[in-house]
Design a protein around this ligand. Structure first.
Ligand SMILES: [Zn+2]
Length: 336
């Protein structure tokens, strides 16, 4: 079937929060300019913020316009089930279910927690819940991820520590290495430590409840707001230490599975000769981590490399990914 769709690249959207650094530019080649930058939003369909197509005949069109116009051609079965759970806040229906970003933490991000879909609906929030996953791209020596509670920490102990400004001491922490994938179900208390550059795949939600901001001041010289009451209401006190995911080999594929959850699946591919991707009737988001490759049908004519993201529409025939000068490593995100 002929379609006007092709492998899509989107323009990155930069967010300059107080904790950002320079590695989106220096390691991923993002045109952030010389100012520090915290996040690069790569695939985004939100009411006030839209990814715009970067190359080809659809350049300048918003992701949401494409969803409206092309529906199942773009999304496959996901088009009939945008944000499919029955508990989703009604305002969120019809939006793309995922948000894909890169984060550069020059300082440690606030200790935070996100609600589940059910909690978000009960709180009448405009967004669904937020389950997320991080894939570590770069780590300064000694950088820490805080994820889940240490064994034996209950609500009472946590509240006592929180009042003393010491809640972070009760979180499980570890030194991640590049390639680690950390899966954070909604309700898991977490923080991304200084020195980490990660890719983040998450539900399309911007709901963050901050518990503790490391006694830091915002750009206006005042502490950023905390949301302690809401955070404690959604924090899962049964969520103990979160360790990096164990990659699962996939028979017959040069890929491992990093995450398979109700909201998304993440595979990691690594190969050094041309292989077709997609073509299975589903959309695929490819997030490139290492090496360079040409992409057949990409009108930009540029190779993909670390920091590139491609959206493969569901209706496309398999798209050859052609490594140049050695192996290529990338994430493959889709609805499982
Ligand atoms: Zn988070």
């Amino acid at each position: 079937m002929h379609s006007a769709l092709y492998p899509l690249r989107f323009q990155p959207i930069f967010q300059r929060y107080v904790w950002g650094g320079h590695r989106l530019r220096t390691l991923l080649g993002k045109p952030t300019g010389p100012q520090p930058c915290a996040e690069s939003w790569e695939i985004c369909d939100r009411p006030n913020l839209q990814s715009l197509v970067a190359a080809g005949p659809l350049a300048g069109r918003s992701f949401h316009e494409l969803i409206q116009q092309y529906g199942a051609q773009l999304l496959g079965p996901a088009a009939d089930a945008l944000l499919p759970l029955p508990t989703i806040a009604p305002q969120a229906k019809g939006r793309f279910p995922l948000l894909v970003k890169f984060l550069d933490a020059a300082q440690t991000i606030s200790v935070q927690v996100h609600p589940t879909d059910t909690q978000a609906a009960q709180l009448a929030l405009p967004d669904p819940g937020k389950t997320e996953a991080w894939i570590v791209l770069a780590a300064e020596p000694g950088s820490l991820i805080y994820a889940g509670l240490q064994p034996g920490v209950n609500r009472q102990r946590f509240l006592q520590a929180l009042q003393k400004g010491a809640c972070a001491e009760l979180l499980h922490r570890f030194e991640p290495k590049p390639g680690d994938c950390v899966f954070l179900p909604a309700g898991t208390v977490h923080a991304l430590g200084a020195g980490l550059l990660v890719a983040e795949i998450q539900q399309n939600s911007d709901t963050t409840f901050r518990l503790y901001d490391w006694d830091r001041l915002g750009p206006d010289g005042k502490p950023r707001p905390l949301h302690v009451e809401q955070a404690l209401a959604v924090l899962d006190f049964d969520q103990g230490p979160v360790h990096p995911q164990t990659p699962q080999p996939l028979a017959g594929k040069e890929a491992v599975q990093l995450v398979h959850c109700p909201y998304f699946a993440i595979l990691q591919w690594r190969f050094d000769r041309s292989q077709p991707m997609g073509g299975d009737g589903r959309f695929h988001i490819l997030i490139f981590l290492q090496g360079q490759a040409a992409v057949e049908g990409d009108p930009s004519g540029l190779p993909v490399g670390p920091g590139s993201c491609l959206f493969l529409p569901a209706c496309l025939a398999p798209v050859p990914i052609i490594p140049q000068d050695g192996p290529i490593t990338f994430l493959d995100v889709f609805l499982g």
